[in-house]
Ligand binder design. Structure first.
Ligand SMILES: *[C@@H]1O[C@H](CO)[C@@H](O)[C@H](O)[C@H]1NC(C)=O
Ligand SMILES: *[C@@H]1O[C@H](CO)[C@@H](O)[C@H](O)[C@H]1NC(C)=O
Ligand SMILES: *[C@@H]1O[C@H](CO)[C@@H](O)[C@H](O)[C@H]1NC(C)=O
Ligand SMILES: *[C@@H]1O[C@H](CO)[C@@H](O)[C@H](O)[C@H]1NC(C)=O
Ligand SMILES: *[C@@H]1O[C@H](CO)[C@@H](O)[C@H](O)[C@H]1NC(C)=O
Length: 227
């Protein structure tokens, strides 16, 4: 409800000013900014590690990569003051958990959580795997990712990101039923587990919390004004 009330004219300004279009293709920055990042360790053979809410931004890092069959991809979800998820979606519906009408096909989902790590294993590297964060508004702010996305044609990562940003504040509110095992082209077999050494002082999300809360407060105020 609330997110429909925020004037549409404000959204492009908010989105471009605070979040922008971010493909995370830049190399990992060095120096003091690294301290704000959650703790995805370097990749090793057969193991790719992804930071969730990287440096307090509404992004996965990396958010567009290839992974051969058998690769384990582990997502590091920080304790950022609010929960995040790694939820499989589809190119057609970037911000919606991938589920067929009869539940015969269900995408993986970490469920909303924090200070955890969540692993999926690639089972078919010839098809793309699309995912997003189901936390309210995060997907529409560009918190999406793709594994083995086509590099040409209509269904590129760039098009997927653009589709998520186009949804913006109209992102559907998703139910959260916790961990969902299985998946399409990649599977999760176990719930997220506590990240070794994660501390409550992890400040991966600190920088943007005021903005996040600000949007909600602004939305609430406008809702009250319009009553
Ligand atoms: C992926 O994780 C599973 C379960 O921990 C493990 O058995 C397997 O060896 C891992 N694969 C790679 C390539 O590391
Ligand atoms: C995260 O966002 C801040 C501004 O909020 C920006 O300065 C920084 O470059 C961003 N980091 C990444 C990795 O996009
Ligand atoms: C599919 O799963 C959801 C969530 O577990 C459940 O609410 C729904 O009833 C299921 N639908 C069918 C057709 O089984
Ligand atoms: C790609 O998109 C264009 C424009 O929407 C459409 O004309 C074309 O048929 C699409 N190509 C495929 C392979 O779907
Ligand atoms: C996504 O990654 C592919 C390679 O896997 C690359 O060709 C493409 O340019 C990337 N897209 C963006 C928007 O970074």
């Amino acid at each position: 409800m609330l997110r429909n009330i925020l004037p549409l004219c404000l959204l492009p300004i908010l989105v471009s000013a605070q979040y922008g279009y971010n493909t995370d293709s830049s190399p990992t920055p060095t120096g003091s900014s690294v301290k704000a990042a959650p703790s995805a360790p370097p990749d090793t053979t057969g193991q790719i590690n992804v930071d969730v809410f990287f440096q307090g931004n509404y992004t996965f890092h990396p958010n567009n990569f290839t992974a051969p069959k058998g690769t384990n991809v582990t997502f590091y979800i920080p304790n950022s003051g609010f929960d995040h998820s790694v939820t499989q979606s589809s190119f057609a519906s970037p911000c919606t958990h991938l589920t067929s009408a009869d539940n015969s096909t269900v995408g993986f989902d970490s469920g909303l959580t924090s200070a955890k790590q969540f692993t999926i294993t690639i089972t078919d590297d010839t098809k793309p795997i699309w995912f997003h964060c189901k936390q309210v508004q995060h997907c529409g702010l560009g918190m999406v990712g793709a594994i083995n996305a086509p590099t040409t044609g209509n269904n590129t990562f760039e098009a997927f990101m653009a589709a998520a940003l186009a949804i913006g504040m109209n992102e559907p509110m998703e139910p959260d039923n916790g961990f969902v095992s299985g998946g399409v082209n990649a599977v999760a077999t176990a719930p997220a587990v506590a990240t070794a050494g994660a501390s409550s002082s992890s400040n991966g999300g600190f920088t943007n919390i005021p903005t996040h809360v600000g949007i909600l407060v602004l939305s609430a105020l406008m809702a009250i004004m319009m009553m």
